[in-house]
Ligand binder design. Structure first.
Ligand code: SF4
Ligand code: SF4
Length: 161
């Protein structure tokens, strides 16, 4: 597994080996200020071939704001690296329940956060169409989206293993 981490990162051009552990990424991370996410540590673990990096809940606490990536003095594509690690983690069956739920919502209604009655009412009060022009309003488009997700086996990927 650890070899796979290195191989995938290398193939994607994600060179975590140049990280000098300065900690600027961690210091720039808005999520890390409130959670256990330590970006520098995740990169160090990936660099050291620690497969445990895949099962860490912290891997899922990144909001993909790209602050760390923008500031890294070594130009390491940090956020892309985290996303790549997540991709491997999902294949190995690691994913937070909240993310599984969001995936389920996308498969069911095409949105990570479905439109509820309260929001529809608020939109109406603002003079807006209660349902915006998205797949939720277009059953045919939703059907196509569901077919697409099924075809690429997204449902199997995010299913509890
Ligand atoms: S900012 Fe860049 S070089 Fe510094 S610890 Fe983070 S990834 Fe490594
Ligand atoms: S992209 Fe993720 S890890 Fe980087 S600063 Fe934003 S939340 Fe933190």
């Amino acid at each position: 597994m650890s070899e796979e981490i290195q191989k995938v990162l290398k193939n994607a051009g994600l060179d975590v080996l140049s990280c000098m552990q300065c900690g600027i990424c961690t210091g720039s991370c808005p999520s890390g200020r409130h959670t256990g996410l330590n970006t520098r540590k995740i990169l160090r673990d990936a660099r050291k071939n620690r497969a445990t990096v895949l099962s860490e809940d912290a891997l899922w606490l990144c909001t993909t704001c790209y602050s760390c990536q923008e500031r890294c003095p070594r130009g390491i594509p940090i956020t892309d690296t985290l996303l790549e690690l997540r991709r491997i983690a999902v294949k190995e069956g690691f994913m937070l329940p909240e993310h599984r739920w969001v995936s389920k919502m996308v498969m069911e209604c095409g949105h990570s956060v479905p439109l509820d009655e309260e929001t529809k009412k608020k939109r109406e009060e603002l003079g807006l169409d209660p349902i915006p022009e998205t797949v939720q309003k277009d059953p045919e488009a939703l059907k196509k989206l569901k077919k697409l997700l099924k075809t690429c086996k997204f449902d199997e990927l995010v299913a509890e293993k």
